[in-house]
Design a protein around this ligand. Structure first.
Ligand code: HEM
Length: 189
């Protein structure tokens, strides 16, 4: 949905011509409103399951993770933080996802909704300022998406993180480690 909103949004902005302005507006408005509903479900799920705790920021091992992605990863070093069910995100992910989910996306959604309802609400903000306020976070989101897609390729295989995103399950160190240990044990037998 975000990718559709980006494509149609930047067509509306005039960055390129793909499906025509009117179609882009129609799709953008429909997907935009649907996205608001989906996000409400996401927030509800976070609160009812307690999964919001996964987004509490921490500086513990934050710099170790930054150094890993800047240097260690290219030297074949091990990731400094192992995933577990109770801590699915490393400190860098926690910080980034919190920024995206608590600041950038809500900003994109509220400005989008004001944009959508502009003719119906007594607005004290000009339409061009609203357009800027809606377009600026969109650039940040595109930036995030590019880095995010690169990051998905850094798992133990090229698509292991993507598989986890789609299937909802991912092999974590504990399981792969037990597997290695069992393999060694059977070899020794
Ligand atoms: C990640 C999500 C989104 C992205 C990346 C995005 C991006 C964009 C961009 C780049 C524009 C063009 C702005 C301009 O040049 O004036 C736009 C327009 C617009 N967006 Fe979004 N948007 C998103 C979500 C939403 C949501 C949730 C809504 C709420 C319904 C929304 C409603 C609108 C409206 C009404 C317009 C103006 C359409 C027109 O000119 O008729 N957008 N969006």
């Amino acid at each position: 949905m975000i990718i559709t909103l980006m494509i149609t949004g930047f067509e509306i902005h005039g960055t390129f011509k793909l499906m025509g302005f009117q179609t882009a507006v129609d799709i953008h408005n429909f997907v935009g409103l649907s996205w608001l509903v989906l996000f409400a479900f996401f927030v509800f799920w976070l609160l009812t399951t307690g999964e919001w705790k996964q987004y509490i920021p921490t500086t513990k091992k934050l710099f170790a993770v930054i150094f890993y992605y800047a240097f260690g990863i290219f030297k074949g070093h091990k990731h400094p933080v192992q995933k577990s069910k109770g801590a699915k995100h490393n400190p860098l992910q926690r910080l980034t996802y919190l920024g995206i989910c608590a600041i950038l996306l809500p900003l994109q959604m509220t400005t989008g909704l004001f944009y959508y309802l502009y003719n119906y609400i007594p607005a004290s903000i000009s339409l061009s300022n609203l357009a800027i306020a809606h377009t600026l976070p969109a650039f940040f989101l595109v930036n995030f998406l590019i880095i995010h897609v690169y990051m998905t390729t850094t798992g133990h295989s090229l698509f292991s993180h993507v598989a986890g995103m789609i299937l909802g399950w991912e092999e974590i160190y504990e399981t792969t480690h037990i597997q290695e240990w069992e393999n060694k044990a059977t070899k020794n037998d």
